[in-house]
Design a protein around this ligand. Sequence first.
Ligand code: ATP
Length: 288
Amino acid sequence: MADTLTKTDPGAVAAPTKSAPDTAAAPAPTPIPTVIADQVDIVYRVHGAATSGRGAATAALGRILRRRKGGDDGAERGVRTVHAVRNVSFTAYRGEAIGLIGTNGSGKSTLLKAVAGLLPVERGHIYTDGQPSLLGVNAALMNDLTGERNVHLGGLAMGMSREQVRERYEEIVDFSGINDKGDFISLPMRTYSSGMAARLRFSIGSAKDHDVLLIDEALATGDRSFQKRSEARIRELRARAGTVFLVSHNNKSIRDTCDRVLWLERGELRMDGPTAEVMREYERFTAR
Ligand SMILES: Nc1ncnc2c1ncn2[C@@H]1O[C@H](COP(=O)(O)OP(=O)(O)OP(=O)(O)O)[C@@H](O)[C@H]1O
């Protein structure tokens, strides 16, 4: 579970000195950290994985017999480990939009879930200032409930009051574009296409100001005009002093949205820097 940073003292923001001449440029405000990952390792344990090619029933019977005999180490029980994130450290600051890139299985979603406090770290620490919110395409909305009920429940689940949800309801539905082609918001979510459902999730999730907003591929599902609206929304969220993390395989989305990029490969942080620099190296790597 992510530890919590003590709130940074607002007085820590550097103020111009009184004696400075009028013409002097104001000193840049001290960046305020929102997420610190310190030498983080994340390991999955997969139970019942080492079945040596036998069927599930045979493997289960084998496990019962071994348990009766008493002798049973981890490997025998079929527990396999996947070391998904290795020794990753970074500090994210308020107002940054950070892209997380890397080839399939490189650990991006795993790292995001750990920052959200949904996965424990094996080693190291993750400190966050404020409540991180994970806005994934799989964010749990209820398929049997109407879009309308999901807007209300989703808003409440994010900590908005009933009144706040009511106030923002129209805006959330308009932004999602769900009703552009008819009254779909009063239908159960299971009747939505995957793109429509993803749009509604993004609209609900981004209706609230977040200290740290974690977005996993949400932009990949909408059509181009929705992607553009989403990118603008992410810029607004950043402007309201939040930090945004965006996992995406869409290099253009990353370039259009992020000013900094963390590149993970095989669980290790391969590069952390300005978007243009990291993307150049990443594209060289993936073109090979
Ligand atoms: N629930 C899980 N149990 C066991 N291993 C997992 C689990 N989820 C992910 N992994 C493994 O962890 C590693 C990192 O996976 P992760 O989903 O974080 O990568 P990713 O960079 O987000 O990939 P992609 O770009 O394909 O979405 C992979 O080796 C994957 O097989």
